[in-house]
Design a protein around this ligand. Structure first.
Ligand code: SF4
Length: 71
């Protein structure tokens, strides 16, 4: 799993940091997303995908480098 974030789209809603705090944080200045781990371990994949789904601005992208569905 590889995660990318687009800070220019982020509206600072904070759902990502609440949902997957090991993977996402928010900047103290603007509240925008800070990606802590762009290749999280398998035990964090479900939380990372959930954060992607909950993000209201579509600022989070999740891909699987080998093309297989995330588990
Ligand atoms: S959930 Fe989306 S909009 Fe909210 S802080 Fe995270 S990346 Fe930004």
């Amino acid at each position: 799993m590889k995660i990318t974030t687009d800070v220019s789209r982020c509206i600072g809603a904070g759902m990502c940091a609440l949902t997957a705090p090991e993977v996402f944080d928010q900047s103290e200045d603007e509240g925008t997303v800070v990606l802590l781990d762009e290749t999280p371990p398998p035990e964090l994949h479900a939380a990372a995908r959930r954060a992607q789904q909950l993000c209201p601005s579509g600022a989070i992208s999740v891909s699987d480098p080998d093309g297989s569905p995330a588990r």
